[in-house]
Design a protein around this ligand. Structure first.
Ligand SMILES: [Fe+2]
Length: 172
């Protein structure tokens, strides 16, 4: 049950204050970095797996597009901050830890320490972490462009998770 403070916060329709504005801008920038780190991992997978290089490249291109979504949301937010409100509390540390983990796996892959099945396993876990981070709940907005971008991001991430889960089942 939401307490009175939570209800007041949800009902709040005024402009975001400076602190909230800073937090939302930080959240968008960190998620953009996360998408780019994931794309870089998939680019390395494409190089390591010639038999399905085109598949990895197409997934990497979608992650790069997702980074572009966050850049677009940054523009929307800068143009109309009043249309955005903070939602579920956001932990920058959790996302920064996620990025470090992706970068660590990218380095291991580059050193040849991860075989194909392991790469697919990491990819499945990456998509799962993105789904579980529930980014869409961290920002509230009824802006149509924002909603369309968030829907596409969630749909594609769910799709990626499904593809990697199936590939893993086939590889194991
Ligand atoms: Fe993805």
């Amino acid at each position: 049950m939401a307490g009175p403070a939570e209800i007041a916060r949800i009902r709040r329709t005024g402009p975001v204050n400076k602190n909230q504005e800073r937090q939302l801008a930080e959240l968008l920038a960190i998620y953009r970095e996360a998408e780019l780190a994931v794309a870089a991992f998939y680019r390395v997978c494409a190089n390591l797996c010639p038999e399905d290089a085109e598949f990895w490249k197409s997934i990497a291109a979608q992650e790069e597009a997702h980074a572009g979504f966050f850049a677009r949301i940054q523009e929307l937010f800068a143009a109309k901050p009043d249309a955005f409100q903070p939602g579920r509390p956001f932990s920058p540390v959790a996302v920064l830890t996620f990025i470090k983990g992706v970068q660590w796996n990218t380095e291991r892959a580059l050193k040849g320490e991860l075989q194909r099945t392991r790469l697919i396993h990491v990819a499945r876990d990456i998509e799962n972490s993105l789904l579980e981070s529930r980014f869409a709940e961290c920002v509230r907005s009824e802006d149509a462009d924002f909603t369309a971008l968030m829907d596409k991001l969630m749909d594609e991430t769910t799709e990626h998770h499904g593809i990697f889960s199936k590939m893993l089942a086939a590889a194991e």
